[in-house]
Write a protein that binds this ligand. Structure first.
Ligand code: 9MR
Length: 359
């Protein structure tokens, strides 16, 4: 079970941040929020194959996290590779690990364009699509109800260049059902587990620039359209795959979060990491820049709403998706996560702690 007693030790190390980068970090020592709330649950995406089999990795998860989400194992292609075949072995292992260790578990994800098995392309009508989508959601949500209390129901619904809520990515459900597939998915999840938290999860909401402003506006419009139709939706997940070379639009992000709160939704950060391929080679400078980028992002959110959960997309730089797409040209390993490849906490972990404990 995660320990909140780490608070004193880690916060006591706040001076380390300042020592690393002088003025830039000294400026960052201002409180992120009031300090009066209970700690924000923190967690990380886990790789099912490492859980329980890699001792250092497992220890890090148990030391730092009070909730987890599976990086893979609960995706459509993992759980439902053939029309008539569900496979639960990986997901069951993650769920059993969470239950055995008293960790919360988030569900990722019921709908995502990125991970569809070929058989779904045979779905040829709206009625068939609705039936298969509902069957998938009912089967998966009912199986994990005892461990998963919060689901990413639809992941990355919007196109990268979205400006309107109707600018949806194509995937089989969208092609057969139109925009209704989102409402169908949310309603099926609510009907199967009325008390689970239902989340729409998105990325590229937080940066400065027209494309990101457009996507924020599109996300707001999509959410309002759903709520106006009485569709069940509890929370917004901001993935938080930050870029070391892109500034956070603090005002725009703050206004977005405030609007979501006014609409009655909770806010989660679901996949925090900082892509560092454009940052300096110097490790200490790089780690500080990573931490400051996360601080800008988290502080802008925390100024407008309490975070109901904060999850990083991995715990240690040893295991991260980032080099798949963002390898550094100097050949140095990426350092996007709170612990380094040897499981030592980095400045990003201090920022996480300051946000969690509100100091
Ligand atoms: O980190 C995940 C990587 O291991 C997988 O290969 C990939 C495709 O399934 O998905 C990665 O995670 C993504 C997440 O599911 C959704 N948001 C973006 C993440 C990074 O690409």
């Amino acid at each position: 079970m995660a320990t909140f007693s780490r608070r004193e030790t880690l916060l006591g190390g706040a001076g380390v941040l300042g020592a690393l980068a002088g003025n830039a970090l000294a400026r960052s020592q201002s409180p992120i929020s009031s300090g009066t709330h209970s700690p924000i649950p923190f967690g990380a995406a886990v790789r099912p194959a490492l859980l329980g089999s890699d001792a250092d990795y497992t220890r890090a998860i148990l030391t730092y996290c009070n909730q987890i989400v599976a990086e893979g194992g609960f995706l459509f292609v993992d759980l439902h590779p053939q029309r008539k075949e569900f496979r639960f072995d990986e997901a069951d292992r993650v769920s059993a690990f969470a239950l055995a260790n008293g960790l919360g578990l988030r569900g990722h994800t019921l709908v995502w364009y990125g991970v569809m098995p070929p058989w779904t392309e045979e779905i040829s009508s709206a009625a068939e699509a609705e039936r298969e989508l509902e069957r998938h959601i009912e089967t998966v949500v009912s199986r994990y109800g005892s461990s998963i209390r919060s689901w990413n129901v639809v992941n990355e619904a919007l196109r990268d260049d979205a400006k309107r809520g109707s600018d949806l990515r194509p995937l089989i459900w969208q092609r057969r059902l139109g925009a209704d597939y989102i409402a169908i998915a949310l309603r099926a999840a609510r009907a199967t587990d009325p008390s689970a938290e239902l989340v729409l999860n998105e990325y590229d909401i937080e940066f400065v620039g027209d494309r990101f402003r457009g996507k924020r506006a599109a996300f707001c419009e999509l959410v309002h359209t759903l709520l106006d139709q009485g569709v069940p939706l509890d929370a917004i997940g901001l993935q938080g795959h930050l870029k070391g070379d892109l500034d956070i639009d603090k005002e725009g992000l703050g206004a977005f979060v405030s609007e979501m709160r006014k609409a009655g939704l909770k806010i989660l950060v679901t996949e925090l990491d900082v892509v560092d391929n454009q940052l300096p080679a110097d490790l200490r400078m790089r780690d500080v820049e990573v931490a400051l980028r996360a601080k800008d992002f988290l502080a802008a959110i925390a100024a407008e709403a309490p975070l109901s959960a904060l999850l990083a997309w991995g715990i240690s730089d040893r295991f991260t998706w980032v080099p798949m797409y963002f390898k550094r040209s100097d050949g140095l390993p990426n350092r996007p996560l709170p612990l380094d490849a040897e499981y030592k906490p980095k400045p990003l972990m201090q920022i996480v702690d300051r946000v969690r404990y509100g100091v």
